[in-house]
Design a protein around this ligand. Structure first.
Ligand code: AGP
Length: 610
């Protein structure tokens, strides 16, 4: 969670930081704040709520200062109040700091500070952090860089922070202890730092990914140090190739709707990236691990949320295409003893900065497993942690509810599973080729499903007042049921449960009455007949039924209250098509219920705390 933006240069920092924070707002939007340094004075401006509240409270003022640090928050320690909003200052108001992540040993640090007559105005670990550094700086009579280099290593947990010292005002220090921070060099001597590379679009033409374990001193130049060796590094700067309209809604009312409709292109780009362009071609990238893959007896997938649902679909891909059992683990529940050397772990993450996933992947790596990451953000923490990283090409996904990232993850997973199958001699090259061709036809079929958007909007009218929902599926329909339920929960705040249709009669059927609608994922695959039985069991108990089906046949038309039809496709590929109506349904219900669709309450796009 949380977004950091900081600026040092020739221009007024306030409007630049404000714009960057708006681009980072998907990472957290409980409260926001900016510290500006101007002619010997630092002034902190903070507000609860979205960044627009901060903008409103400043009104026409455009506070001065060519150096500033800004933050948009998702509350971890301490309520979402102005006093807890970042930036936080040290007790003597000399240091000002913004922070993303958590300080796990904050309690011990606070005890020591209290014993040294420090007091606190808020409830955050960040305020403890800035005073810890202030205390160490004075105790050891250090400059700011020395303070950070000598003391940041004692902080436990994943964190990124940027700090300013009023007594050494012409510089900023940034420190990465396990998160994301990108440094952009713009025209002239301006430097912008952001938690997400995309937020640099339009301001920078060169970018440096400040990796975990790095400390940057920015004073119109940029010097990078290694926290462990305390020596200066000379990392490569990349050209920043970004167009800022990828960060705009364009003609769409919400990012979520835009990104649902971008799936056709996103999947095509991902397939092309992984099967055509060298050196990113799958066979080349995975070639060094071919021996490991042929000897595997299982694959472990680690992920959270929607990405975990993609992993659960991939369980079927690997089982059917490569004769490989898959253990798909929630990152937060992963047990490192389950893997060892010779094992392969696939880590799936749209943002690449999900703390639970990073933590679990590090543990798997320490246990000796080989890590393949599937990620949508090049240069993110997980891509640096993995042995090999495969990128989805969904483009920036701004809506908190993940949509196009999910279907591009499915595409990457299908390609990997079929490549493994070919190398293991389980899938013939011709069958792999035919399957890849079928996959290339999916974007056109998604375009056909998107034509049901008006019909799904009508359906949303009918069900918008429901307080609960059941989503049911079998086989690959089961993770799609969970994904559909998560979408509805996230954006409309209706409680929804995704479950295996076969499991329903073992308890959840007790929930069925005329007020509990059920949505069945019922494509004409090998599970169709059993799904129909489950549908009739609910019908017999007066439950309302929506069915997503691939061919309207008389039976399902007669039994379901509402039908959404999707085109037919090879059975294994139905998840690509059945998920799209569920995304649209969640979107339209949320629209009718007036929620904040792109920034739902309590959520953030990237969960960078455990
Ligand atoms: C999905 O709509 C949610 N926003 C959430 O479950 C998300 O999938 C999860 O936090 C994992 O994020 P990641 O893919 O960036 O790791």
């Amino acid at each position: 969670m949380c977004g950091i933006a900081a600026y040092i240069g020739e221009k007024n920092a306030y409007p630049i930081i404000l714009e960057a924070l708006k681009r980072l707002e998907y990472r957290g939007y409980d409260s926001a704040g900016i510290t500006l340094y101007n002619e010997g004075k630092t002034t902190i401006y903070k507000e609860t709520g979205a960044i627009v509240q901060l903008e409103k409270s400043l009104g026409k003022q455009s506070p001065k200062g060519k150096i500033g640090i800004g933050h948009t928050r998702w509350a971890t320690h301490g309520a979402a109040t102005a006093i807890n909003a970042h930036p936080h200052h040290s007790q003597d108001k000399r240091l000002s700091l913004v922070h993303n992540g958590t300080i796990l040993n904050h309690y011990i640090l606070k005890e020591d500070l209290l014993a040294n007559n420090f007091s606190f105005y808020g409830e955050t670990d960040t305020e403890i952090l800035v005073n810890y550094l202030s205390h160490q700086q004075k105790k050891e009579n250090l400059n700011l860089l020395e303070t950070v280099l000598r003391n940041a290593g004692k902080l436990e947990g994943r964190s990124v922070f940027v700090i300013h010292d009023k007594q050494d005002p012409e510089k900023l220090i940034a420190c990465n202890l396990g998160g994301d921070l990108f440094i952009g060099k713009g025209k002239g001597k301006q430097i912008l730092l952001c938690s997400d590379k995309n937020a640099l679009a339009g301001y920078a033409d060169k970018v440096l990914n400040l990796l975990p374990g790095m400390v940057a001193v920015i004073d119109k130049h940029c010097h990078i140090f290694d926290l462990n060796t305390q020596t200066e590094l000379n990392p490569e700067w990349d050209k920043l190739k970004l167009n800022s309209e990828a960060l705009e809604k364009g003609t769409y009312p919400h990012f979520m709707l835009k990104e649902i409709f971008e799936q056709e292109t996103a999947i095509s780009q991902t397939i092309k990236h992984l099967t055509k362009t060298s050196p990113n071609r799958l066979e080349l990238v995975l070639e060094p691990y071919r021996r490991t893959i042929t000897r595997l007896r299982k694959i472990t997938i680690i992920a959270c949320g929607t990405s975990w649902h993609a992993g659960l679909v991939a369980k079927h891909f690997f089982n059917e295409l490569a004769d490989l059992p898959v253990y798909c683990e929630y990152a937060s529940e992963f047990m490192p003893n389950d893997v060892g050397s010779g094992d392969l772990v696939i880590a799936i993450s749209q943002s690449g900065s999900t703390a639970d996933t990073l933590q679990a992947v590090q543990a798997a790596k320490d246990a000796g497993a080989t890590i393949i990451s599937i990620c949508n953000v090049d240069g993110s923490a997980i891509t640096n942690l993995a042995n090999v990283s495969l990128l989805t090409k969904a483009g920036p996904e701004i809506g908190v509810a993940s949509t196009k990232a999910f279907t591009t993850q499915l595409a990457a997973l299908l390609l990997i599973a079929s490549q493994c199958g070919e190398w293991r001699g389980y899938l013939s090259p011709n069958k792999k080729k035919a399957l890849w061709q079928e996959l290339k036809n999916i974007p056109i079929k998604i375009k056909e499903v998107l034509r049901s958007n008006p019909k799904i909007a009508e359906l949303a009218q009918k069900y918008q007042t429901a307080n609960n929902f059941l989503y049911l599926g079998r086989g690959t329909g089961f993770p799609i049921a969970m994904e559909g339920a998560l979408k509805l929960k996230e954006v409309s705040y209706i409680h929804a449960e995704g479950l295996s249709a076969g499991e329903m009669k073992h308890g959840s059927i007790a929930l069925i009455d005329e007020k509990m609608p059920s949505l069945f994922i019922a494509p004409k695959d090998e599970h169709y007949d059993k799904i129909m039985n489950n549908l009739l069991e609910i019908k017999a108990r007066h439950g309302k039924i929506i069915a997503i089906t691939s061919e309207t046949d008389k039976q399902i038309e007669a039994e379901a209250d509402d039908i959404i039809s999707i085109p037919t496709c090879p059975k294994l590929l139905y998840p690509f098509l059945t998920v799209v109506p569920l995304q649209l349904f969640a979107y339209h219900v949320a629209l009718l219920r007036g929620t904040n669709i792109d920034k739902p309450r309590n959520l953030a796009k990237s969960v960078t705390v455990e």
